[in-house]
Ligand binder design. Structure first.
Ligand SMILES: Nc1ncnc2c1ncn2[C@@H]1O[C@H](COP(=O)(O)OP(=O)(O)O)[C@@H](O)[C@H]1O
Ligand SMILES: [Mg+2]
Length: 242
């Protein structure tokens, strides 16, 4: 039997995957409690918010008011007790943990205050991780190189995290959060652990890259300068958004 002869593969000249569509985000009457029964205390209740695709919303508010909890609910990293979280056409509350994880992996980028860079992987491996998990190996090298350049870390791909400064670590985290072109970027006080000069630069970079990709962005920040650049600035209080 003749084996089928395959033509040689075309050269890899195609551009990396197109930017994913920005994701719309809606929370409806959202409530979250800690503790059980009589000891249950709400972190927040009756929160409503709609974020349009590609919109940049900044959330400010006092420490302990529930900003991180809210962002974690938006990502499906945390469960809530009342209301709904809708991301694009998906109702997160109807998805099980695995479905949420898969959806998040493909559509969400998350930047935390503490950098959460994996210590045993080098910089390039950290940045490429989302593509690796998505099985998108074909353009991984090019995308990682592009993102490292975009955040000013070109040439540092082989470094280990312990050889980087805080500002550089957070730039690794930003590159990693955007490498798979997520439709939604969630950032929780991403410059909270950096000195003011570095923080300003890192924030500028995060906003520029998020805009360049057209992602929907929800940013929790104490930086009034950053919040001032948002399409909308929301103040989260004990009584909801103000
Ligand atoms: N795992 C938890 N168990 C109990 N209470 C928690 C937990 N996580 C957060 N909280 C409480 O929820 C409230 C909101 O916390 P958080 O979302 O971290 O606020 P913020 O990010 O605005 O500082 C705080 O009062 C905090 O103590
Ligand atoms: Mg917080």
């Amino acid at each position: 039997m003749n084996r089928t002869r395959h033509p040689p593969a075309p050269p890899q000249t195609s551009p990396p995957d197109p930017t994913q569509k920005p994701v719309s985000l809606r929370i409806e009457d959202l409530g979250k409690f800690y503790g059980q029964g009589a000891a249950a205390r709400p972190v927040f209740r009756h929160l409503n918010l709609t974020v349009a695709p590609g919109e940049f919303v900044a959330i400010v508010g006092e420490s302990g008011v529930g900003k991180s909890t809210l962002l974690n609910c938006m990502a499906g990293l945390d469960d809530w007790d009342e209301g709904r979280v809708l991301l694009g056409a998906h109702d997160l509350g109807t998805m099980d943990a695995e479905q949420r994880a898969l959806w998040r992996r493909a559509n969400v980028g998350f930047v935390f205050q503490a950098f959460h860079v994996l210590p045993h992987l080098d910089v390039a491996q950290n940045v490429g991780l989302p593509l690796m998990l998505l099985g998108q190996h074909a353009h991984m090298k090019a995308r990682v190189a592009h993102m490292l350049e975009a955040v000013g870390l070109e040439g540092l791909g082989q470094r280990l995290p312990q050889q980087l400064s805080g500002g550089q670590l957070q730039r690794v985290a930003i590159a990693r959060a955007l490498v798979h072109r997520p439709g939604l970027l969630l950032a929780d006080e991403p410059t909270g652990n950096l000195d003011p000069g570095t923080a300003a630069k890192v924030m500028e970079l995060l906003l520029a890259e998020s805009r360049a990709q057209g992602a929907t962005l929800v940013l929790v920040t104490h930086s009034e300068a950053a919040a001032g650049l948002a399409d909308r600035r929301l103040h989260l209080t004990q009584d909801g958004f103000r």
